[in-house]
Design a protein around this ligand. Structure first.
Ligand code: ADP
Ligand code: MG
Length: 346
C-alpha cells in the first residue's frame, strides 16, 4: 500500500455539520426530551407537557406555556449557534439559563422531522414551522410553544440501531423529566406515552423547602422525604440546600442521588465524592446514600461550558465546593432532628 491519497480541504455542508454536532447532543430520545424541557424552562413556563410515542422514537412533543417565539424568529431558532440567551463573553461567563449554545434545535432537526408551533404574547395567531420544508403557516394555540420531533434518527439508520427497546427509551425519557422536575417544584409536569398519562407532578407552591419536600415525595417517594433531613448550609459564597437521607435510607444502587448546580442537574465527581465522604462513617459496605442537593454558587465560579450536554461542570475552586457539600451533609445528619428521624424510621 502506498501513501494515502490526499484530498483537498473543503468546508463541510451545513446539514452534515449539524448532524455531526447532533452526535454529541442527541444520543437517544431522552436527550431530545432534556433539551426541549430545558428550553421550556428557559421560556418561563409554568406547565410542561411531554407526549411520547414508541418510547420517544416515533414522537416527542414538548408543550409549554412560556414566552413563545415570534413568527419572524421561528426560522432563526432552528439555525446553528443562534440563541436569544447570550450575546457576548460576559453573558457566557455568568449564564443563568439552561441553554446558551444555540445548538439543540438545529441538531435535533438534522436527525428527525421537527416542527415548532409557537405563539408569543401579543401576537395575533400562532405559527407553525416545518423544519424540513421550511413551510411557515398560521395555526391556532394559546401562548407558548410546542416542539414536535418525529422519527428520530430516520436519516441516520446507524444511530437508530443503537436504540434500545421502547420501554427502555421511555424509562430514560421519564428519568430526564424527573431530573428537571426535582429542580423546579414550582413548575407542573405531565408525561404521556401512547395516549396514556404516565406521570404527573403538579406545581407545588408555598415556601421553597415545603414545595421541594412535596415534589420529592411525588417524584421519588414519601419514604424519601420521611427518611431524610433538610440541608441548609452556607460556606462562604456557596449555598447548599436540599435533603440528605438518613443512613438507614441507603440503597443498593446509586439511583436516588441528585445534584444540581445553579438549577442544572449535573454528574460531578467532586460532588459525589464529597457526599460519599460525608456518609463514610455512618454507612457500611456498598450501601448508596440517597440525597437531593442544590448548590447555588456565583455563576462566575463554575464553568458549565465543558460538554455539549452540560451534564459536567468545572468549578473554579473545587475544594471550596467539596467542603461545602461535605459539611452541609455532616451538619444535617448531626442535627438533633436527624436523630428523631432515625428513631422514627427504626
Ligand atoms: P439555546 O437553548 O442554547 O438558546 P436552542 O437551539 O435550544 O438553543 O434554542 C434556540 C432558541 O430558540 C432559544 O435561544 C430560544 O430563543 C428559542 N426557543 C427554543 N425553544 C423555545 C421555547 N420552548 N420557548 C421559547 N423559545 C424557545
Ligand atoms: Mg436549548
Amino acid at each position: 500500500t502506498g501513501a494515502p491519497v490526499r484530498r483537498p480541504i473543503r468546508d463541510l455542508p451545513d446539514e452534515l455539520i449539524s448532524q455531526i454536532a447532533a452526535g454529541e447532543v442527541v444520543e437517544r430520545p431522552a436527550s431530545v426530551v432534556r433539551e426541549l424541557v430545558d428550553n421550556a424552562l428557559d421560556s418561563g413556563a409554568s406547565q410542561i407537557t411531554v407526549r411520547l410515542l414508541a418510547g420517544g422514537v416515533r414522537l416527542i412533543a414538548v408543550e409549554d406555556d412560556g414566552c413563545g417565539i415570534p413568527q419572524a424568529e421561528l426560522p432563526v431558532a432552528l439555525r446553528r449557534h443562534a440563541t436569544s440567551k447570550i450575546t457576548d463573553l460576559h453573558d457566557l461567563e455568568t449564564v443563568a439559563t439552561m441553554g446558551f449554545r444555540g445548538e439543540a434545535l438545529a441538531a435535533i432537526a438534522s436527525v428527525s422531522e421537527t416542527s415548532i408551533f409557537s405563539r408569543p404574547a401579543g401576537q395575533e395567531s400562532a405559527f407553525l414551522l416545518d423544519a424540513r420544508s421550511g413551510e411557515l403557516r398560521p395555526a391556532a394555540r394559546n401562548q407558548g410553544t410546542t416542539v414536535e420531533v418525529k422519527e428520530l434518527f430516520f436519516s441516520t439508520p446507524a444511530r437508530r440501531k443503537f436504540l434500545k427497546s421502547d420501554a427502555t427509551e421511555l424509562a430514560h425519557c421519564i428519568e430526564s423529566v424527573r431530573r428537571h422536575a426535582l429542580a423546579r417544584p414550582d413548575v407542573g409536569f405531565a408525561i404521556w406515552h401512547e395516549g396514556k398519562l404516565v406521570e404527573q407532578w403538579r406545581a407545588a407552591t408555598g415556601a421553597s423547602e415545603e414545595a421541594l419536600s412535596r415534589r420529592l415525595a411525588d417524584v421519588l417517594s414519601d419514604k424519601f422525604v420521611e427518611h431524610s433531613v433538610a440541608v441548609d448550609h452556607w460556606a462562604g459564597a456557596v449555598h447548599v440546600t436540599g435533603r440528605a437521607g438518613i443512613p438507614d435510607a441507603a440503597r443498593s444502587r446509586p439511583d436516588q442521588q441528585f445534584c444540581y448546580v445553579n438549577g442544572r442537574f449535573v454528574r460531578d465527581k467532586v460532588l459525589t465524592h464529597a457526599a460519599r465522604a460525608a456518609y463514610e462513617d455512618v454507612l457500611h459496605g456498598n450501601k448508596q446514600p440517597v440525597y437531593a442537593l442544590y448548590i447555588e454558587i456565583d455563576p462566575a465560579r463554575v464553568d458549565v461550558n465543558v460538554h455539549p450536554t452540560k451534564i459536567e461542570v468545572r468549578f473554579r475552586d473545587s475544594r471550596e465546593v467539596h467542603q461545602a457539600v461535605r459539611h452541609a451533609i455532616d451538619n444535617a445528619l448531626a442535627a438533633p432532628r436527624a436523630a428523631a428521624v432515625v428513631e422514627a424510621a427504626a
